[in-house]
Design a protein. Structure first.
Length: 193
């Protein structure tokens, strides 16, 4: 069965939600999602990869056509990741009180993660925490070390856009609310510094 999902003009995370719902409704076939946002296109492609589904993307007159194929063997192909600890960083500073001290503490927190024997499986950055993953941040090099050791670094695309820093992402990938919630609900432990 083939189905078209028209998610043009829909804000994150609606294109992902609409596509996942359509995928649940079929056992085999192709779901073609129409979107007009590059971030949504990237998020759909990422979702397909993570769930072991093959996909093809084309662009026509500013509209992306993401065709995701589902078959009986798709679930067998899905990569099972060991999701353990997820760290949620919702601010560019740690704790309340002095802003300068809070930024020093956050930088120290991220550096200390690089020194731990077991690194977190994912670090989620949103709200002003998104500022930590962009060019000029003092923590980018530490985050690169964590990424090299296997930590998934995800930054909220809506937050990057809000602060006008979407073109300055220096580490990790742009994420969306659906993935932010998914990573937290699938984690065995969530830490919020």
């Amino acid at each position: 069965m083939n189905k078209i999902v028209d998610a043009r003009g829909k804000l994150c995370p609606m294109p992902i939600i609409m596509t996942k719902k359509a995928l649940k409704e079929i056992t085999e076939g192709v779901i073609e999602t129409l979107i007009d946002s590059e971030i949504s296109k990237e998020n759909l492609e990422k979702m397909a990869r993570e769930t072991g589904l093959s996909f093809e993307t084309t662009e026509e007159n500013g509209v992306y056509h993401v065709k995701i194929k589902k078959d009986n063997k798709s679930e067998e192909k899905a990569e099972i990741k060991n999701k353990k600890t997820v760290i949620v960083i919702a601010s560019d500073q740690m704790g309340d009180g002095s802003e300068d001290l809070g930024k020093i503490l956050m930088k120290g927190f991220i550096y200390t993660l690089t020194e731990m024997e077991d690194v977190p499986s994912t670090i989620l950055f949103y709200n002003s925490g998104a500022k930590i993953t962009v060019e000029g941040s003092e923590s980018v090099e530490d985050l690169k070390i964590l990424a090299e050791r296997g930590t998934e670094i995800l930054t909220c695309g809506t937050c990057l856009n809000y602060y006008g820093i979407q073109d300055k992402l220096a580490i990790g990938e742009v994420s969306n609310m659906y993935t932010i919630i998914e990573r937290q609900t699938e984690a065995t432990k969530v830490i919020r510094p």
